[in-house]
Design a protein around this ligand. Structure first.
Ligand SMILES: *Cc1c(COP(=O)(O)O)cnc(C)c1O
Length: 361
């Protein structure tokens, strides 16, 4: 089904269902909350072409992290500005970025810069990895990502001697899973350091890309990152953000039906068609995926573990959760399956059929 209403209980299961109308409203609201800070979308959260085309009118650009994503986004959205980042870029990928005339390349190391210098003209941000403490983060992007001040200084010196390369600013994707106050605190510290550093290297309009990482709370499907507080609290300057998860997580559902219900050694298991080879998010993040039983309206009466069809004990959507009485044929919709879901899953493990994809417009 491509258009109009989607009757969720009548689909061939399993099925991904994307609410594109809701996604467009959400993206519009994010952009207006940002009050002029630019909004890029991190394609790795969900590169579905329909999702990309729905978001595009509300974006200033798309951030890609590989040559594959670059080619994919260029094909889906031929005119959108692209920022190309990611560690471990190959010469082929850098050459493709130059040939595609991407708007920005995010440089991860002095050696990467030297390789780019040989390839042609580019406008770059240098990815910074500064020793800022990030309390409360789900993931902290230190380790191999970006450069310390010595390496940043080396890059700035090399760019000064390199007419093809223009230094536009600093890129800083520092952590993920942060709320608005924590991200604003980081944004202020980052701009306070980066703006004078960039001016000192002759950049007249310093641009700071503050990255993504806006929190998504899987225990509370109704909660949202506070984009209004974030937009209102951002420091002055030429800023851009590149969220992924907080843009698309809420507008995808994975809908499937019950194949079996059984009690084994005191534990009740609900076996669903499909599994974490389609929706890896709960296994990857170690959470219970929020869900709704679409075929029954009664209140939960017991507890069960919702599993898929894979021959591994890790194939769990939600563990020991409250459920209404369930029987084969009941339909369950997992919510918050619009980001890091299908595209991070090991689709071909066990060779079950792939899900269908449906779009509500
Ligand atoms: C993954 C990533 C993002 C998006 O992160 P979210 O947590 O999905 O918002 C943005 N920028 C970079 C460089 C990334 O690697």
């Amino acid at each position: 089904m491509k258009n109009g209403a989607v009757n969720l209980v009548d689909l061939p299961f399993p099925a991904y269902v994307y609410d594109l109308a809701g996604l467009a409203d959400h993206a519009r609201a994010i952009r207006s909350a940002l009050r002029g800070a630019e909004l890029l979308y991190a394609a790795k959260a969900n590169p579905d072409p329909e999702v990309l085309r729905t978001l595009a009118p509300h974006l200033d650009g798309v951030e890609v992290s590989s040559g594959g994503e670059l080619a994919h986004v260029r094909k889906a959205l031929p005119d959108i500005p692209i920022a190309f980042g990611g560690p471990g870029k190959t010469d082929e990928e850098l050459a493709r970025a130059v040939a595609f005339n991407v708007e920005r390349i995010h440089i991860e190391s002095p050696r990467e810069l030297i390789r780019l210098q040989r390839l042609g003209r580019a406008e770059v941000l240098l990815r910074a990895n500064l020793p800022f403490a990030v309390p409360g983060a789900v993931l902290t992007m230190n380790g191999p990502f970006g450069m310390d001040v010595d390496a940043l200084n080396e890059c700035a010196r090399r760019i000064a001697d390199s007419p093809g390369i223009t230094l536009k600013g600093i890129h800083a994707h520092l952590a993920s899973g942060l709320d608005a106050p924590a991200l604003l605190d980081l944004a202020k510290r980052m701009t306070a350091w980066a703006v004078p550093w960039l001016r000192g290297h002759g950049v007249t309009e310093p641009e700071i890309n503050l990255g993504g990482g806006m929190a998504v709370d899987y225990t509370d499907p109704e909660s949202r990152f506070d984009w209004d507080a974030y937009g209102a609290g951002l420091p002055q300057g030429r800023l851009r953000v590149e969220p992924g998860r907080a843009v698309t997580a809420y507008h995808g559902r994975y809908v499937t039906d019950v194949l079996d219900v059984k009690t084994t050694r005191g534990e009740t298991y609900v076996v669903l068609r499909g599994g974490t080879h389609h929706l890896r998010t709960p296994a990857a993040k170690g959470h219970d995926q929020p869900f709704e039983v679409l075929t029954q309206r009664s209140a939960p009466t017991g507890r069960a573990t919702l599993v898929g069809q894979l021959c591994t004990p890790k194939d769990v959507f939600a563990r020991d959760v409250a459920v209404p009485p369930l029987a084969p044929g009941d339909v369950i919709a997992f919510a918050m399956a619009g980001a890091y879901a299908w595209n991070i899953s090991h689709h071909d493990f066990l060779m079950h059929p792939h899900p269908g994809f449906h779009y509500i417009r």
